[in-house]
Design a protein around this ligand. Structure first.
Ligand SMILES: C[S@@+](CC[C@H](N)C(=O)[O-])C[C@H]1O[C@@H](n2cnc3c(N)ncnc32)[C@H](O)[C@@H]1O
Length: 448
């Protein structure tokens, strides 16, 4: 009998690959179905998420060990072998257990011929003859340039180029291949989930340690943060510290009083909108949250809280659904490739394509332009992406400002004085490998 943890991990890989499922959405259901809790759930999560993250490297290793072209191996058998490689190279599973359980898993999937079971056995035994470090060196040696970095860090090559370009802005002429590798490897390290504690509720969130940068942050030891009572009650939100910081920066910019209205143009699922709604209530200003998709707008309503006076509009923000109203503070947290949040979304790097960037950048420019036109004079707008990709960050702001002479770019670093190494400015770039946050980008713009 194959154990439930390996079966569950296999199911996640199959769901992600064949059904285009999102790992973080289907995983808790798979764990429940297999009755996995505690250490067994932790083992299964490490196996499933780790294999998804490292898939590119494991495919490079399997290519070296496979007696037939690796790309011709069918999906199910390839997933069994990838799970086996993760146990051999990245978990403390004895070699014989990793190989035997993988053959057993293949049998449980209906592969009963000696040829294919022998193939699984043969590939994994060959992998087990070298350590992870030896395989890193071998894979690196058989490729060059960004192709080598892509294989050993387990990223598609276009993401390596995008991160290299963004780091180049950060480090300039001193940028080394080692720094590019370090930035990419940070995406393979599981994060400790962070919470944002809602105003006035610090005492309601016990058993957590403070965050690194944000006064509202609390770090959760392990497990499913969504099951923490304070999160279920709405006193805390599961939210990366980088997201908390960009909201704090927007709120820290001085705007000449009196202020009367704030706007979030891309609010769903609502983490940043909830923080802004709390602050708006305290500052006695109105708050409007716009979200294109009705089901995500509903999530915004739930997070903000039913008793909040905030207005939630399911609408396309590029059509300016708020009409002729003007705002003192606007957040444009634009849809993006999410290249800064790959730590938390193990499969995202394999799903996103470089061809997605042009369409996203065009939408980002429209959203930013509409937002700037809806700022009152002296008002401030935060343009935010959870991607450091230059085409979605610096280029978007520059292109929109090309045809506007009514906007001043602020030095966003001044509004996060507690955080070091924010880049050469004027925008802020956070990095997983430097700040331990998502790779958020923040530009602060004032309407003249
Ligand atoms: C990066 S997410 C925002 C995350 C959110 N600020 C938070 O903290 O939870 C971008 C959101 O913009 C929404 N969106 C995309 N196009 C939009 C549009 N034209 N108008 C309004 N919202 C849009 C997406 O559905 C998505 O929910």
């Amino acid at each position: 009998m194959i154990d439930q943890a390996r079966q569950a991990a296999y199911e996640l890989l199959a769901a992600v690959r064949s059904d285009d499922a999102y790992a973080n959405i289907v995983w808790s259901g798979i764990l429940t179905r297999h009755d996995l809790t505690g250490r067994d759930a932790a083992f299964a999560t490490d196996l499933a998420y780790g294999t998804l993250r490292w898939q590119g490297f494991y495919d490079a290793v399997a290519t070296e060990c496979s007696s037939r072209p690796w790309q011709d191996v069918d999906d199910a058998l390839a997933n069994v072998i990838r799970l086996g490689i993760h146990q051999l190279l990245s978990m403390r599973v004895p070699d014989h257990a990793a190989v035997d359980s993988s053959c057993e898993l293949a049998r449980s999937l209906g592969y009963d011929d000696q040829g294919r079971i022998g193939f699984v056995n043969g590939v994994l035994r060959a992998v087990g003859r070298r350590s992870a470090e030896e395989w890193q060196a071998a894979v690196m040696e058989s490729r060059s340039g960004d192709a080598a970095i892509a294989a050993v860090t387990s990223h598609p090559e276009w993401i390596v180029s995008a991160i290299r370009e963004a780091l180049d802005v950060h480090y300039g002429a001193r940028l080394t291949d080692g720094q590019v590798r370090e930035a990419l490897l940070a995406n393979n390290t599981p994060t400790r989930p962070a919470l944002a504690v809602r105003r006035g509720h610090r005492d309601a969130v016990p058993d957590v340690s403070p965050g690194r940068w944000s006064p509202s942050a609390a770090l959760v030891e392990s497990g499913m943060p969504g099951q923490i009572p304070a999160v279920r009650e709405g006193w805390a939100i599961v939210q990366d510290e980088g997201s908390q910081l960009v909201v704090q920066a927007l709120l820290a910019v001085p705007v000449a009083p009196p202020e009367s209205a704030w706007l979030d143009m891309c609010a769903g699922p609502g983490g940043k909108a909830a923080l802004l709604a709390d602050a708006a209530l305290e500052a006695r200003v109105s708050f409007t949250a716009v979200e294109l998709h009705e089901h995500r707008a509903e999530l915004v309503r739930q997070l903000i809280g039913a008793d909040s006076p905030a207005e939630v509009m399911p609408a396309d923000a590029t059509t300016r659904p708020w009409g002729s109203r003007f705002f003192d503070r606007i957040l444009v947290d634009a849809p993006c490739t999410g290249l800064g949040a790959l730590r938390r979304r193990p499969e995202a790097r394999w799903r996103r394509q470089s061809s997605d960037v042009a369409g996203l950048a065009s939408l980002q420019r429209r959203l930013l332009d509409v937002g700037l036109s809806s700022l009152r004079s002296g008002g401030v707008l935060a343009y935010v992406t959870c991607s450091p990709n230059i085409a979605e960050t610096i280029d978007v702001v520059e292109e929109v400002l090309l045809h506007r002479d009514d906007v001043e770019v602020l030095d966003a670093r001044e509004y996060l004085p507690q955080v070091p190494q924010l880049g050469p400015g004027p925008h802020v770039q956070l990095w997983p490998h430097i700040h331990g946050t998502d790779g958020m980008h923040l530009a602060l713009l004032r309407r003249l």
